[in-house]
Design a binder for this molecule. Structure first.
Ligand SMILES: Nc1ncnc2c1ncn2[C@@H]1O[C@H](COP(=O)(O)OP(=O)(O)OP(=O)(O)O)[C@@H](O)[C@H]1O
Ligand SMILES: [Mg+2]
Length: 391
């Protein structure tokens, strides 16, 4: 059926009609969730790719209220209203939305497919204007558990998004597939059902990627999976690498929050990065781990990429015999790239409120230190000009 390839894998919230994703139906291949009109009043960003409303199934007041709520959303999904007796005021309000259409009943299955496909095509990510490979990808990993990799990855991604000040500038990808914390720290709803990527790497394209992202703020999108203890087994190496490749095609910046323990795709993902940041604490065990981790990455990918070590939670010595920066560099046997101050109040408050520290505690030293790190890294010429490739 024409248009069906645009529908495949997209998430449709169907309100009021018995629309299904039956193999021979007009929505074949889509992930169709049946719902109620009241859901539109608290629709989380990125919850679905299209809302399909049967106008005949709901009373006019409920419909009017729901459409009002929908049109007030910052990034409302496209809406298709179908029905036989649609109030003129409602139709007018629907058509005022940036991506919406009306389909008058009776209509054929082909007409429904075509209307849905046209709306989804309109809402697809615009092809990037930059030359292919112009995107930059930075990988962030912790030397030890709890070193602050997720916190710093979020702050870096946010700082780059603010600087870019345009849509689809930065994608933060949480590669802690089973239990990543980035979505929780940002107060965002993870939408990626990673098992849907499965092992079907060849199906992943810009439209599919777009269906899996959660918009966080202007310029910053998040790709994070819902908690799933089996996710590392369910998602194959090719699928992860293809997903990163497509992300690099769609965004100017891709920031990876990488798991500490090596996965079959870790080294290849890092080989596609132009910066690898190893986050350490200022304790002797963490410094030794940071040194080992950097050596392992450097030797493992063999592209000449030298990981940069970032020392997190720098505090004054009043809390005990912490090593100084100089002593730390001695233990690391290399220079640390940057230090990030400790500010427990700012980090905890922001995690609890949901959002970057730069948003909730803009005056925190963490924000200033991350800014300096970002400026320093941005000023470096991109190390390589090709994103990670699925071999
Ligand atoms: N500079 C900082 N000052 C104070 N607290 C911080 C700082 N950086 C991170 N934290 C806090 O340290 C804790 C661990 O941080 P985070 O979850 O970012 O570490 P991680 O390396 O991603 O951990 P994991 O190994 O679980 O992935 C969190 O409570 C976070 O708020
Ligand atoms: Mg983490």
């Amino acid at each position: 059926m024409p248009g069906s390839s645009l529908i495949r894998g997209r998430r449709i919230l169907a309100l009021g009609a018995g629309f299904t994703a039956a193999p021979d139906g007009p929505l074949a291949g889509a992930v169709v969730e049946q719902g109620a009109i009241a859901q539109l009043e608290s629709l989380p960003p990125g919850a679905c790719d299209l809302v399909l409303i049967d106008g005949d199934a709901w009373d006019a007041a409920a419909l009017a209220q729901a459409v009002k709520a929908l049109s007030g959303l910052r990034s409302a999904p496209p809406v298709l209203l179908v029905g036989e007796t649609l109030p003129a005021g409602l139709v007018r309000n629907i058509l005022r939305m940036s991506a919406a259409d009306i389909l008058e009943a009776p209509f054929s299955p082909e007409q429904l497919t075509a209307a849905v496909a046209a709306l989804l095509a309109e809402a697809q990510p615009a092809p990037t204007q930059d030359a292919p490979g112009a995107s930059r990808c930075w990988g962030v990993t912790g030397a030890v558990g709890g070193a602050g990799a997720t916190t710093i990855a979020i702050e870096i991604a946010h700082a780059l998004a603010v600087q870019a000040n345009k849509d689809r500038a930065v994608c933060l990808v949480d590669l802690n597939l089973a239990d990543g914390a980035a979505a929780a720290y940002l107060g965002a709803q993870p939408t990626t059902r990673l098992a849907d990527f499965g092992h079907a790497a060849d199906r992943i394209d810009a439209a599919m990627l777009h269906a899996f992202i959660t918009p966080v703020s202007k310029g910053l999108d998040l790709m994070a999976g819902v908690r799933d203890p089996n996710a590392f087994d369910a998602v194959g190496r090719e699928a992860v690498l293809r997903m990163l490749e497509v992300a690099c095609e769609c965004y100017d910046w891709v920031i990876l929050d990488l798991p500490r323990h090596r996965r079959p795709w870790t080294l290849e993902a890092l080989a596609g990065c132009d910066e690898a940041l190893v986050i350490s604490e200022l304790t002797v065990p963490a410094l030794l781990a940071a040194r080992a981790c950097s050596d392992e990455i450097e030797a493992g990918i063999g592209t000449g990429l030298r990981p940069r070590i970032v020392l997190n939670r720098l505090a004054s010595r009043m809390f005990g015999p912490a090593p100084s920066m100089g002593e730390a560099e001695k233990a690391l046997q290399r220079k640390a790239e940057a230090g990030i101050s400790s500010d427990w109040e700012a980090a905890a408050a922001s995690a609890n409120l949901g959002g970057p520290i730069a948003q909730h505690r803009p005056k925190s030293k963490i924000v200033k230190d991350v800014q300096s790190l970002v400026q320093k890294l941005v000023a470096q010429p991109p190390r390589r000009d090709q994103p990670a490739k699925a071999a």
